[in-house]
Design a protein around this ligand. Structure first.
Ligand code: ADP
Ligand code: MG
Length: 189
C-alpha cells in the first residue's frame, strides 16, 4: 500500500450487489485501468457511506499494482497545502511535483468549501493535469452544487469543463454500507 493511502481497500472486497445503481461492467472497465492510459478522469458522486472512497482507493491499489504512480489526498488538506505553497511562491513547484503521479485521488470534494485563493490554486492543478494525467474525485455534492464548493460559479464551471471532458461519472444512489453494518450488529446483539 502507498504511504499516502489512508487505508487499503480492494475491488474484490466490494459487494456490488449492495449498490444496484452501480453497473458492474463500468467498474470492470475502470479496473482495466484504460482510463489511466488515456489520461481520463473518474468521479464518484453520492451520499456518505455508499463506497466512494472504497472504490477510489481500490482503483488506486490496482494502479499501484500495475506500476503506476498514485497519490491520495483529501480535498481540503490538498487545497490547504496548495494555498500554503502559493503564499511561499511555490505553487508551480508543488503542482509540478503532483504532475509526476499518473493518478491523483482527490477525496471528499465538497465537505468544506474553498476560498477564492483555494479555488484558484485548484484550477491551476486541474489545468495542469488536463489531458495529461488521471484524477479520481469523490464528492457528496452533485455537479450543480460544485459552484458552492468553489464559492465561485465561473471557476467551478471552468474546472468542471476540464474534468468532465474525458470522464466517467458514477452516481451511486444507494444506502450507506456503514448503516447496514450497524443495523446488522443491532440484530445480532
Ligand atoms: P463513502 O466514501 O462513500 O462515504 P466509504 O467508501 O468510506 O463510503 O464506505 C464506508 C465503509 O463501508 C468502508 O469501510 C467501506 O469499505 C465499506 N463499504 C462501502 N460500500 C461497500 C460495499 N458495497 N461492499 C463492501 N464494503 C463497503
Ligand atoms: Mg469517503
Amino acid at each position: 500500500r502507498l504511504a499516502s493511502f489512508p487505508m487499503e481497500k480492494r475491488l474484490d472486497d466490494f459487494d456490488m450487489s449492495f449498490q444496484p445503481s452501480l453497473d458492474p461492467a463500468v467498474i470492470r472497465d475502470l479496473s482495466s485501468l484504460r482510463f489511466i492510459h488515456h489520461a481520463e478522469n473518474v468521479v464518484f458522486l453520492g451520499p456518505p457511506g455508499v463506497g466512494k472512497t472504497h472504490l477510489a482507493l481500490a482503483l488506486g491499489h490496482e494502479a499501484v499494482k500495475n506500476g503506476f504512480r498514485v497519490y491520495y489526498a483529501n480535498a481540503s488538506s490538498l487545497i490547504e497545502r496548495l494555498v500554503k505553497a502559493n503564499r511561499e511562491n511555490k505553487l508551480e513547484e508543488r503542482i509540478k511535483a503532483l504532475a509526476k503521479f499518473n493518478l491523483l485521488i482527490i477525496d471528499e470534494m465538497g465537505y468544506l468549501p474553498f476560498n477564492s485563493e483555494g479555488a484558484h490554486c485548484f484550477f491551476s492543478l486541474i489545468s495542469r493535469r488536463y489531458e495529461k494525467s488521471s484524477t479520481i474525485f469523490t464528492s457528496n455534492k452533485s455537479y450543480g452544487e460544485w459552484g458552492e464548493i468553489f464559492g465561485d460559479h465561473v471557476i467551478a464551471a471552468a474546472v468542471l469543463d476540464r474534468i468532465l471532458h474525458h470522464c466517467t461519472t458514477l452516481n451511486i444512489k444507494g444506502d450507506s454500507y456503514r448503516l447496514k453494518e450497524r443495523r446488522r450488529q443491532g440484530l445480532l446483539s
